[in-house]
Design a binder for this molecule. Structure first.
Ligand SMILES: [Fe+2]
Length: 376
């Protein structure tokens, strides 16, 4: 799946709250959410079920080593129970010895005082960087802007709380104290085990999502549907050809020499309804209406536009989730360096998270649904 789209879908997992003490005026609903807070000390662990929000703050480091160390294990255990506290008997030295042996460790660098994931670098003026260091290099820096966040060290899987299962993945977390990650949820269950220093974890069940300001607030089911549809392609490309030549002729005459007009056309409306029907069903099942994608039903009024070779367009309406461009004549366009051809009657449905222009390669004529009959 295309990077931007993947990021757009993934944004539902992260909160806009990037402060240790969320600003009441900006995030008032956070203070009404049902959540609990736990301070983990060495030898203690917490179970965070998949999709539960968590906000993790490494607080004091260990007074002897100067480090705050944890390890977590991910696994889709299907354990239906809620978050809970527990103990572990992992040996920190054994774990550190394995970490020390690694030729390079993934290290996040953030001067922000908190650690959003590296894939968000563009949202934070590229201040977050991912680096590779050895354990000794990391230790010698004593730099609070650095955080080892290394996953997939296979040898650590022997410490798994699910020893019978080979699909468990571990991740080690080592910093010099006072680091925190923005609230988010993960797709798997998680046993988070504290090894050195103290770690505060604030946890909220997934049904508190609306109080936690996700970066992408659209309904989960809709996003999952879009994700499924777009797995192999960064946009949905319908390639029907059910607009008759006579309809195109009629529209061409109506538009004349103008570059764009709004027109009503029953034949176009009927063709469009056929075209969209399968996607409409999905949207209806998800209870998603005009605010996200239009039209969700029939469309009677269309914005017809003639593009000239070399024209560029950006997402037309950033308040909508998805835009659609329908080809009335053959359309050839370039999306991020790749050329795509759409037959008359075909359509491209693309996410409005795209921030780059789409370039038109040949003169063409397109229709964009302008008014949904259900719209207000
Ligand atoms: Fe997490």
């Amino acid at each position: 799946m295309d990077g931007e789209l993947k990021q757009f879908i993934d944004d539902r997992r992260y909160s806009l709250i990037d402060q240790k003490h969320p600003d009441y005026n900006r995030f008032p609903k956070y203070y009404t959410s049902h959540r609990f807070e736990i301070l983990l000390r060495p030898g203690e662990r917490v179970f965070i079920p998949s999709k539960w929000w968590h906000f993790v703050q490494s607080e004091d480091p260990d007074p002897d080593t100067g480090l705050n160390v944890a390890i977590n294990f991910w696994y889709q255990s299907k354990d239906p129970r809620p978050a809970r506290f527990g103990w572990h008997n992992l040996n920190v030295n054994e774990i550190i010895d394995i970490v020390k042996k690694q030729e390079s460790l993934m290290v996040s660098r953030s001067p922000l005082g908190y650690f959003p994931p590296g894939q968000f670098a563009h949202k934070y003026n590229n201040k977050i960087k991912i680096e590779s260091l050895t354990y000794d290099e990391f230790i010698s820096t004593k730099n609070h802007e650095l955080y080892i966040t290394q996953n997939y060290i296979e040898e650590l899987n022997k410490f798994s709380p699910w020893p019978e299962n080979s699909n468990v993945r571990s991740q080690v977390w080592i910093n010099f104290g006072n680091c925190f990650t923005i609230p988010h949820w993960d797709g798997e269950d998680n046993w988070l085990c504290q090894l050195q220093g103290n770690r505060r974890v604030i946890i909220a069940p997934n049904d508190e999502t609306s109080n936690l300001y996700p970066m992408n607030p659209y309904p989960d089911r809709l996003l999952e549907t879009i994700e499924r549809q777009m797995t192999s392609c960064p946009y949905i490309h319908f390639n029907n050809d059910d607009i008759s030549e006579s309809v195109i002729r009629e529209i061409s005459e109506a538009i004349g020499t103008q570059s764009e007009v709004h027109i009503e056309c029953d034949d176009l409306s009927a063709a469009f309804a056929r075209h969209m029907s399968h996607f409409n069903i999905i949207l209806e099942q998800n209870g998603v209406g005009f605010n996200v994608l239009r039209p969700t039903k029939r469309c009677s009024l269309f914005h017809i536009k003639k593009f000239k070779k070399g024209d560029k367009f950006l997402t037309p309406e950033p308040n909508l989730l998805v835009s659609i461009i329908w080809a009335l004549t053959p359309v050839e366009l370039n999306i991020k360096g790749k050329n795509h051809r759409i037959k008359p009657g075909g359509a491209i449905l693309y996410p409005n998270s795209w921030l780059f222009p789409v370039v038109i390669l040949e003169d063409c004529m397109t229709a964009t649904p302008f008014k949904d009959e259900d719209s207000q």
